[in-house]
Design a protein around this ligand. Sequence first.
Ligand code: ADP
Ligand code: ZN
Ligand code: ZN
Length: 702
Amino acid sequence: MPTPAHSTVAEPLTYRHDAPLAAGTLVRVPLGRREVLGIVWDGALDAPDPALAAQVRPVAAVFDALPALNAHWRSLVAFAARYYQRALGEVALAALPPQLRQVSAEQLARRLNRAARLAKDAPAPGRPPAASESVALTGDQQRALAEIEHESGPFLLFGATGSGKTEVYLRAAEAALARDPQAQVLVLVPEINLTPQLLARFQARFGDHAVAAQHSGLTPAQRLQGWLAAHLGTARIVLGTRMAVLASLPRLALVVVDEEHDASYKQQEGARYSARDLAVYRGHAEGVKVILGSATPSLESWHQSRPASGDDPGGRYRRLAMPGRIGAAEGGGWPRVRRVDMGHQPKGTLIAPPLLAAIQERVARGEQALLLLNRRGYAPVLYCADCGWKSECPHCSAYRVFHKVDRSLRCHHCGFAERVPRACPDCGNIDIGAIGRGTEQLEEQLAALLAGVQRPGGEPVRIARIDADSTRGQGQLEAQLAQVHAGEVDVLVGTQMITKGHDFRRVTLVAAVNPDGALFSSDFRAPERLFALLMQASGRAGRDAASHGTAEMWLQSHHPDHPLYAMLKAHDYPGFARLQLDERAQAGLPPFTHLALLRADARSQGAAQDFLNAAAQQARQDFAADPALVGAQAAVRWYPAVPLPVQRVAGVERAQMLLESPSRAALQRVLAACQPLLHGLRADGKHRGVVRWLVDVDPVAV
Ligand code: ADP
Ligand code: ZN
Ligand code: ZN
């Protein structure tokens, strides 16, 4: 079924009400035959035409127990809608907790009473808590905090893993709260489930009641409660994933974006906003300081924080460096990086003998090892050597992955799953084989390879796996992480999930089993992501100061001399960034240009591409003839439509078209003008096959 590209109203609608309503007031209004939540966007019309007023429908109910959403919030939402080319109403409603759409004014009033009672019973927030007095700040931390105190930012806190960034966030938050008894701090994190420690540290420092979490893992009631706490000001700290950037925070005083390089800050559906970029915008608009923190900053933020030199006035961000690990000797404490040349290993080697020996040695000493393989399942493809059959997904241009645990073939794109056939479906050959390896297979083969090894007490080695499959159930991830922390696991196998901020104290060896794939990807950001992933993984080794001298990070590679690995070995992010930025400057890629994607999904690849190419052709004609657009159009380069890397998903063909410009403003003007053009094209009968189209501004994957 074709679905409309935008299901929400693009522009504000007009309703009447007896008394004036302040902008930002929440209301319920009739829309067609339904009654829906609405936000008063503008106050009263100056001189309503009486004839018109009679036709306009009345507001059904006013949520007058709730303070209006303030002008800052409204302009943030308006900016996000404009910049990311979505309907205002869509962005505004998506920023509110879903339950708010269902409650009546009376139900909400009851919730508010309860929230007020809870707030009264809670211990007074903002008393300067005991914990912070116990640690003496390092020199780097003191310098960073002094700059944050005296300069206006935005700040890029370029701090190694374990350099004490979190302590800087906590102290900066403390200072902001101490200055103003009502101040609020927004802390963004990529994924709360993977890094529960950060939330725990904020709660320990500021009290459970003062911290409201905002993420998609909460129940609708919890989300509403947290949102209300933020909106009413009872929450002093709002800690959440990307959605939290749009929280209503009337007394916002500081914004922190942890792991600012993380791709999960980019929303991948609806309004495809970057929470990191919106955080910077929000800080600027509200006159509030913003701290972006990372050990491997995005190249955009790195470039934006370059110091002035020669003719170059430098970037707009202020870079604060914290290169040393807490508790490490001067400049030290890094795991030694060891590269294994897989070209010198027998074909099909999963774990090279020297790495296996190193793992055995660690485990025998009672230490933990962590093995990273960024591919889940048992094998990415099943294959028949007789006739060439492969486990293709009938609905997608992708192979179904073999999962041995339940003997299924599962498509990781559309979810289509079947039991593994006993014999080749095409020729009946019963000897079908697997190509490539995933975490399930690594876990299985490792068990065989380590079968003879004993732990210090003489017990056998314990292996565990953490990936999206092993953690599907409620609470499974937490339980598995707890096992690792408790020392009940000797070797942990997993996808990138295991590289996030976990503070595993006993891990002394980390190995990337097969990281090469990203070196030659068609996505220009793949090396940047790989470098960040491997740095983050290496940060898991030797967290405990006692193991600082002996921790190791192993890389198995067919290209061990690749500059990316050399920079990794030297723990040289700035060197890596310099190489990448030189390449990007030469190729005319971000941060030196700005990108947007037009995407179309259709019944056939041809229909999707035709739609995009027709749009480009019409835009070239129309915009060049429009004095208001001709300049912008000249500054934007349109590339031909191409299929997406996975071009068919769930039976829908997908195509995209890249737009590139050295000028963000020009690109924005062209994209805005494309909206009516694309709506018009879609409505015209020639493009019936198009299921939907969308615009992705500043895409993270191309
Ligand atoms: P990051 O966020 O940069 O990875 P953390 O803030 O988590 O680093 O700090 C790493 C460890 O060092 C944590 O256990 C933290 O409690 C501790 N720590 C942070 N600052 C100090 C300090 N000034 N003195 C002693 N320990 C510290
Ligand atoms: Zn066959
Ligand atoms: Zn599929």
